[in-house]
Every structure is written in structure tokens, then in C-alpha cells.
Design a protein around this ligand. Structure first.
Ligand SMILES: [Zn+2]
Length: 252
């Protein structure tokens, strides 16, 4: 049992422009505190990643936007697909292991075991990876990551037409085998999931399922894209120029 306080509201919701909204879980450990990105379309909406799943992201989005979006997963780590099972439509890359079981925990030491990486000294996660509870009586030890069978299996180059906006799927393996980004060529916006975020030292390319060679190829590809704004899976958004700097730094 823990004596953590209850955080209400659980989600921090930040409108970015008229159509893009960032959703965060500020009371999750930095290791598992990811961004979900809601993108409004004239035909339908999407949410790129779905948080930890300790609180219903679907309910939050339906009450805020009046309809359920399609969930699209950047990859199958717990902080990106926790609420995926709540959505009628959930799309993921065909190579990403979203259907594997036993990969969820809110224990820091257990998470490192599951991810297949060593504790990185003081940079590792806290043993209890929440600083508050989503509601009274929430059982941290009972946390499970629900596996999901995607309703659509995405491939590189797939185009997702929301009406006036089209998102192109970029297969960017390296962090995981089926990591993807979404590129809005019309608005020159890129959603990168865990492929690139700041600081570059925090990128994870040594997990079970990671591949440094593929990661480097994915980075080179990103550097060649014509983008003005990058919305990453963790941390703050940055410019296309900063993206190219980060890629160069990684490749060194
Ligand atoms: Zn990840």
C-alpha cells in the first residue's frame, strides 16, 4: 500500500493549435511519462499514443472532443499503449508486438527487466513510478498492460486521410521493430513517438527489440524530411532545424 495523494485531474491537456492537442500524465515517472497527441480531422480524429492506461484516456477524449478517435500506436511500450484496448479502432505497425503479454508494471526495477536493459544509475526509474494516484484506492501493484490486436496493421507509406489533413506513416525501426512516426506533409509537422525526443542522451537503442543499425537508418531518413515542427513522444516540441541537429548528434 502507498499513501500517495490523488491527482485530479489526472491528465494535463494542452491545445497546441486549432487541431492538435497534447495530453500528458504529469504524475508518472519521467521514464513512463509520454505525450499523446490528439489530431482533429474533418472526417475523423486520431490520437497518436494512449498513455499508461491508469486512467481512461478514451473517456477523457470523448468528453472533451465529443467523439472517439482512432488510436494509432507509435510503438508497444507501456507508456504509449496503456489505454489502447479502450478504443474501437486501434492501428499499429505490422511488426510491432502489441499482442505480447506480461510487459506492464509500475515497478521501476521490474520495468528495466522487462525492457531488457540495465539500471542506468541515478537515471533509472523510481521503484514506484507514480507520484500520485489516478483515484482513491488505485492499486499500483495490480497494474497490467492489456495486449491489443490492432484493427488495422500499418505499413510504411500508408496514408491516413482525416479530411483536410493527411498523415503518412513512416516506419522508423530501431527503438522497437515496428516504431512509426506520422508525417503531415501539408502542414510540415512530424510526430516522432520515441524515435527522437530531447535530450538525445535519453533515447533508448539498447532494449530487447532495439537495433542500432536500423535506428541510424531511421534517423538519416528523418533528417531528410521537410518539416517545421516536431511533436515527440516525450518532452517538448521542437523545430525541424533542431531535429536535424539532434539527428546529427545521434549519428556522431
Ligand atoms: Zn518506448
Amino acid at each position: 500500500m502507498t499513501d500517495l495523494p490523488v491527482a485530479s485531474p489526472w491528465f494535463r491537456v494542452t491545445p497546441i493549435d486549432g487541431t492538435i492537442t497534447r495530453i500528458e500524465e504529469p504524475c508518472a515517472d519521467p521514464w513512463v511519462s509520454a505525450n499523446s497527441w490528439h489530431v482533429r480531422g474533418s472526417e475523423f480524429d486520431v490520437v497518436f499514443d494512449t498513455g499508461l492506461g491508469v486512467q481512461s484516456l478514451r473517456d477523457e477524449l470523448v468528453s472533451r472532443f465529443g467523439r472517439e478517435p482512432v488510436a494509432i500506436l507509435s510503438h508497444a511500450h507501456l507508456d504509449h499503449m496503456g489505454s489502447a484496448h479502450e478504443f474501437a479502432e486501434c492501428w499499429a505497425h505490422e511488426r510491432e508486438p502489441t499482442e505480447e503479454t506480461g510487459r506492464g508494471t509500475l515497478s521501476g526495477s521490474r520495468l528495466l527487466q522487462i525492457l531488457g536493459t540495465e539500471a542506468i544509475g541515478e537515471d533509472g526509474p523510481a521503484e514506484v513510478m507514480l507520484t500520485a494516484l489516478p483515484h482513491e484506492g488505485y492499486d499500483i501493484d495490480g497494474y497490467e498492460l492489456r495486449p491489443v490486436r490492432p484493427t488495422r496493421r500499418l505499413r510504411d507509406g500508408d496514408r491516413i486521410d482525416l479530411g483536410e489533413r493527411t498523415l503518412t506513416v513512416l516506419h522508423l525501426p530501431g527503438h522497437t521493430p515496428g516504431s512509426i512516426g506520422l508525417h503531415d506533409e501539408g502542414s510540415r509537422i512530424l510526430f516522432t513517438g520515441d524515435v527522437v525526443y530531447e535530450p538525445i542522451e535519453d533515447l533508448l537503442d539498447d532494449l530487447g527489440g532495439s537495433d542500432v543499425g536500423q535506428y541510424r537508418a531511421s534517423m538519416r531518413r528523418l533528417a531528410g524530411l521537410d518539416v517545421d515542427i516536431v511533436h515527440p513522444g516525450h518532452g517538448e516540441s521542437f523545430s525541424g532545424e533542431r531535429l536535424r541537429e539532434l539527428v546529427a548528434e545521434y549519428l556522431r
